[in-house]
Design a protein around this ligand. Sequence first.
Ligand code: ATP
Length: 345
Amino acid sequence: MQSSLSISLQQCSKTFADGTRALEPISLDIHAGETLVLLGPSGCGKTTTLRMIAGQEQPDQGGKVMFDGVDVTALPIEKRNVGMVFQSYALFPNMTVAENIGYGLKIRKMPSAESKARVAEMLAMMQIERLADRRITQLSGGQCQRVALARAIAVRPRALLLDEPLTALDAKLRDSLRLEIDGLLRQLKITSVYVTHDQTEAMALGDRIVVMEHGRIAQIGTPREIYQKPANTFVADFIGIMNRLNGKIRDGIFSCNAGQLAWQQPDTAAHSILFRPEDIKIAEAHENTSLRGTVNTAVFMGDRTRILVDVGEPQPLVIDSHSRYDFKAGDMVGLHIDTRGIIVL
Ligand code: ATP
């Protein structure tokens, strides 16, 4: 593998010919060897950003794409030496698995013995040796994606760009292939940019995550930073379920419709507190709590019961309970909030 590449986008914006503004000017430094995830809802500009790095899309006038400090903005895709993996696999259906994997090597006129050895290495790395002579049409979705990864890596690209590679797969396969991709990227230590709208995938794979909203960067940080210290309510909501209580903080007490909460942090002018489902618990029947609510809905999910509790706010609180008690709509419940998990925005 070639040494890892650092990638820098400088003031890259994009307005398409039909006038669609896909990206506001964004600047972004992708460190050598890291996996950077571009995360955000449909249409926020993730794919456009990825295509700019690949050389499939030009930034508007003034924007620059740099590879290891060298301006590659005008360099076409075939000269950038980046590997790409797509949701749709984009494999050649009439070629065998081995031919697909070796395609890029053939284009680069690699001698046949060397190319054969490289293909064998890739087949082994992706654990698909027994599929070498199959045609693409005879493969499952997961197998197709393994071939697509092998093909992208075979040419020893300077960076790997992945656009929703797991989205077309069913949930179970997605989880196992995600773990494999994580292992692979760490083993190769290759600079990777990974586009997804799935926050779980982003958390699991990213060294850092870029959360995007309407063509802008809403926040850049490690998964932990983004989860625990979201920069705004968009990020907080997008990255997981957020509970919200509106109220007042005075003299060490937060008061809201559901009751009161001891406030150990300094008083703030903020009127709402946010916290995740894992930071709130339903109290045992005998416990005294100063926060109370009424069960609206309880959905048994196997490993837990997801309970929506009305507390006199526009939205019910979302609580995950591991209790064996069978909560029913209308039950009055006491609530405990772990104040360490509270986010004040
Ligand atoms: P998704 O997850 O749905 O793929 P995305 O975050 O990757 O979304 P982009 O594909 O980057 O978003 O698109 C950003 C915006 O630019 C969208 O409004 C999209 O419709 C628009 N867009 C993308 N390509 C073109 C194009 N060639 N011409 C016009 N508009 C485009």
